[in-house]
Design a protein around this ligand. Structure first.
Ligand code: NAD
Length: 363
């Protein structure tokens, strides 16, 4: 199969669909790989590295969309890219179609077979092609929070790990799922005093067993939540209610009870945020202050660590790409219902129930 990755053109997107190592895996398995010139620059991968991996370099995206049987990307295709998609071609990328009627209409019109990373399921449940980005965001949230705690960024001037003779900082992590678990790991590693709050007893048990006495667990009710954020130097918002907007767990009223210069990192901002005062920010200007409390609310945190994020994403996307390339998408999906869950659009029809329902298409 001929497989191509164009340079990502969405604003501030530095990731790329295929790393040189993934290109190599595909070429040694007998497939042709075409990469747009400069596509790997954002992760520090040169055209030369892709050439050494057996790929050919295309001068422009048009060549890739015209020649390739499968397009492997990161972000949803932008309007100019959608105009180049065609019937019989496979598009394998993040799509997030439900809130995006325009993109969905274009994909339907193009006749493309669109497989969305975010709806591919895993044998153990969950969404394995989304998980690495939650791991990245969770780990980054502590880095971002630690920086925001510095005086120059409006924070209260606390070093999370403390130093000998000075108490470490306190971190409250709301939600002990993938983001929260990874945030807690980083905070514990730095030597902070960490409390993880969740409503799910199984999550509390898993997290409690893992961290033992290195982090405390606390049931997430209003009283415990209020106590925890009042004590904390850094609060990480890492909740998710699948298919719903994030609940506003910290209200504006509660900010006045927090320590001045404390930091809120709202990782759940991509689902509307779990703090009432949050609004989405960008990596260029990530923080703002409300009532003396610093807010960090970047909606695409993994974009800042494009290299790590691209490699983490490729680890989970490549095995499916290899099977699709080897067997064709139909046979690959027949053999693997988890991959089949990724099919969102095919031959002019929406094939994913939640998207069809949301946007009014017949399945
Ligand atoms: P997850 O499903 O693994 O974990 C969410 C956890 O929240 C669950 O354990 C759940 O029990 C818990 N929860 C639900 N309601 C709660 C409440 N009231 N109090 C305490 N805990 C509660 O989800 P995840 O992968 O960890 O993702 C968390 C959020 O981070 C999602 O909104 C996701 O979209 C977002 N995210 C953002 C970025 C970014 O760049 N900003 C990147 C990745 C993920």
């Amino acid at each position: 199969m001929r497989i191509g990755s164009p340079r990502e053109i969405k604003n501030n997107e530095f990731r790329v669909g295929l790393t040189p190592e993934s290109a190599h895996e595909l070429t040694v398995n007998g497939h042709d790989v075409v990469i747009e010139t400069g596509a790997g620059v954002g992760i520090g991968a040169s055209d030369e590295e892709y050439r050494r991996a057996g790929a050919t370099i295309a001068a422009k995206a048009e060549d890739i969309f015209a020649e390739c049987d499968m397009i492997v990307k990161v972000k949803e295709p932008q309007a100019s890219e959608r105009a180049m998609l065609r019937e019989g071609q496979i598009l394998y990328t993040y799509l997030h179609l439900a809130p995006d009627a325009e993109q969905t209409a274009d994909l339907v019109k193009s006749g493309v077979t669109a497989i969305a990373y975010e709806t591919v399921t895993g044998p153990g449940g969950g969404l394995p092609l989304l998980k690495p980005m939650s791991q990245v965001a969770g780990r980054m949230s502590i880095q971002a929070g630690a920086t925001a705690l510095e005086k120059a960024h409006g924070g209260r001037g606390v070093l999370l790990g403390g130093v000998p003779g000075v108490m470490p900082g306190k971190v409250a992590v709301i939600g002990g799922g993938v983001v929260g678990f990874n945030a807690a790991q980083m905070a514990v590693g730095l030597g902070a005093q960490v409390t993880i709050l969740d409503r799910n007893p199984e999550v509390l048990e898993t997290v409690g067993t893992h961290f033992e006495n290195r982090a405390a667990t606390r049931f997430s009710n209003k009283v415990n939540l209020h106590d925890s954020i009042c004590e904390a130097d850094l609060v990480i918002g890492a909740v998710l209610i699948p298919g719903a907007a994030a609940p506003k767990l910290v209200t504006r009223e509660m900010l006045k009870d927090m320590k001045p210069g404390a930091v809120l990192v709202d990782v759940a901002i991509d689902q509307g945020g779990c703090f009432e005062t949050s609004y989405p920010t960008t990596h260029d200007d990530p923080t703002f202050v409300v009532d003396g409390v610093v807010h960090y609310c970047v909606a695409n945190m993994p974009g800042a660590v494009a290299r790590t994020s691209t490699y983490a994403l490729n680890n989970v996307t490549l095995p499916h790409a290899l099977r699709i390339a080897e067997l064709g998408w139909k046979e690959a999906m027949r053999r693997d219902p988890h991959l089949a869950a990724g099919l969102n659009v095919h031959a002019g029809r929406v094939t994913y129930a939640a998207v069809a329902e949301e946007l009014g298409y017949d399945l």
